[in-house]
Design a protein around this ligand. Structure first.
Ligand code: FES
Length: 109
């Protein structure tokens, strides 16, 4: 179980709790936050679930797969904190992280 804070594009913050092994996308949606378009349905093929993740001090992020890295490379907003919410699986070490929903890309709709 991981409890974390999600900041929406309007700056609103909401506490979210997700089960271990669930994707960050699923936990955010289950909490009623609908800003992530997730156009490919979680298939690592669109990058419309782009978020910025700040981890608790001393925590190392789960590795980014080559596919996730390729999709993030298509984003004009990519930073070192960028992840795809559909690819990041929750685990206890992520408890306390902050997740900021990335701005929409120019091509998003
Ligand atoms: S939902 Fe498409 S890449 Fe995450």
């Amino acid at each position: 179980m991981a409890r974390f804070t999600v900041e929406t594009r309007s700056g609103a913050r909401q506490e979210v709790t997700g089960r271990d092994g669930a994707t960050l996308l699923k936990a955010i949606r289950k909490a009623g936050i609908e800003e992530l378009a997730a156009q490919c349905g979680g298939g690592c093929a669109c990058a419309t679930c782009h978020v910025f993740v700040t981890l608790p001090e001393g925590v190392t992020a789960p590795p980014i797969s080559p596919g996730e890295s390729r999709m993030l490379a298509t984003s004009q907003n990519r930073t070192l904190a960028s992840r795809l919410a559909c690819q990041l699986k929750l685990e206890p070490a992520l408890d306390g992280m902050t997740v900021v929903i990335a701005p929409e890309e120019a091509g998003d709709f």
